[in-house]
Design a protein. Structure first.
Length: 389
């Protein structure tokens, strides 16, 4: 059976027969450029073929009823479409409710509710942006049904605002941007300071993108993510005291940062800022390498990125470090690093097709021996953005 046939069965069981609309919203993997988005730097993500499917039927009243096949134990979650506030009882559906509320605050008011069944192929807590996938999905459903006429960048900004202000996760714009602006077989070089972007074709030839999930879920809202952001902002203020024109870490070269670093009195904050600057420069170098078909250099920069996230930014942990170190030892693995915010989640690796079986076997054996349970593997295609089918 096709995926929507399965979802349709669940829809009719839950809500009864109805005329439905089909949507798909991808997840994302960031190839390089981690924790640079909220530091005004560059990122290099792509949308992936794993994502969130939805069957949607408009209702005549103001109620929305939403059900996730992945979280059947949560049952059907219901709310009115106007005046929404964060509610713990909404659980995962706060990402949907938050997007609806943010649209309303921006003057885009829904005039009816929906019955929605969700089915996700993104593992929750894997660092592949399941929350952004759900937010941008909701934005596109609202825009399509109420003819708001918003372009995708506006919807991306509203989706990010929902996560920042409604859910309370102080994320940068990368996740929503990659989900909403993804293009098949391309990654996006995005300057998060200016939102200037360009597509870069990904020609992996005889290689594939392999995502390895630690199976240690991370919860961004309760993790040290917001703390890292505050550390970078505090360090920036110290440097702005002597360089007031500086708006973000992404504006500095490595050499410029080294000259200014002594103004940051806290050694930990200095390390956090150093990562932000160096990771931004690494991202630009990595895109140039990829566009010059120098996969080997791209792989080395992925390695350096992980080391910086481990040593300067302290967001990896034993699970991610174990996966990365095992991957570096597999012949045929071009490069590997953690992807996403860290504290659990996944690594992204570029692996020769001929080495994928060996890669999986070696990582599963070594990781299980050290951590006590197995990782999961996903070979991802680069997908297009959120869309109605």
């Amino acid at each position: 059976m096709e995926v929507f046939d399965v979802i349709k069965e669940a829809f009719e069981e839950t809500f009864g027969a109805a005329d439905t609309q089909k949507y798909f919203s991808p997840g994302r993997v960031n190839l390089i450029g981690e924790h640079t988005d909220y530091n005004g730097g560059n990122v290099f993500p792509c949308a992936i073929s794993l994502g969130t499917y939805a069957l949607v039927a408009p209702r005549k009243d103001n109620m929305t009823r939403i059900y996730s096949m992945n979280m059947a134990d949560k049952g059907v979650i219901e709310f009115k479409m106007n005046g929404l506030k964060y509610n713990r009882a909404y659980d995962w559906a706060n990402y949907v409710a938050g997007t609806i509320a943010t649209f309303e605050q921006a003057g885009h008011t829904a005039t009816n509710g929906f019955d929605i069944v969700i089915y996700g192929t993104l593992p929750a807590g894997a660092g592949l942006s399941s929350s952004a996938s759900l937010e941008v999905l909701t934005a596109v459903i609202l825009n399509e049904n109420f003819n708001f006429g918003l372009d995708m960048v506006e919807m991306v900004k509203l989706s990010q605002k929902a996560e920042n202000e409604f859910v309370g996760m102080n994320c940068g714009i990368m996740d929503q941007f990659a989900v909403g602006m993804g293009k098949k077989d391309c990654a996006i070089l995005l300057d998060c300071n200016t939102l200037k972007y360009r597509y870069s074709p990904i020609k992996l030839d005889d290689c594939a993108i392999v995502i390895t999930n630690t199976n240690k879920p991370h919860s961004l809202v309760t993790s040290a993510y917001n703390e890292r952001r505050q550390q970078c902002e505090h360090a920036l203020k110290k440097v702005q005291a002597v360089k007031p024109e500086l708006k973000a870490w992404g504006e500095l070269t490595n050499e410029e940062f080294d000259k200014l670093a002594e103004n940051i009195s806290s050694p930990i904050e200095r390390l956090r800022a150093r990562h932000a600057v160096r990771e931004n420069q690494r991202t630009l170098e990595a895109v140039a390498a990829l566009e010059n078909n120098d996969l080997e250099k791209f792989g080395q920069l992925m390695h350096d990125s992980h080391v910086s996230l481990r040593d300067d930014y302290d967001v990896t942990g034993i699970e991610l470090d174990t996966l990365a170190e095992l991957a570096w030892g597999v012949e045929g693995c071009i490069g590997s690093r953690m992807t996403g915010a860290g504290f659990g989640g996944s690594t992204v690796s570029i692996v020769k097709n001929s080495a994928i079986d060996e890669f999986k076997a070696k990582l599963e054996e070594g990781y299980t021996k050290k951590i006590g349970y197995a990782p999961s593997f996903y070979v991802a295609d680069i997908s297009q953005s959120t869309h109605k089918i």
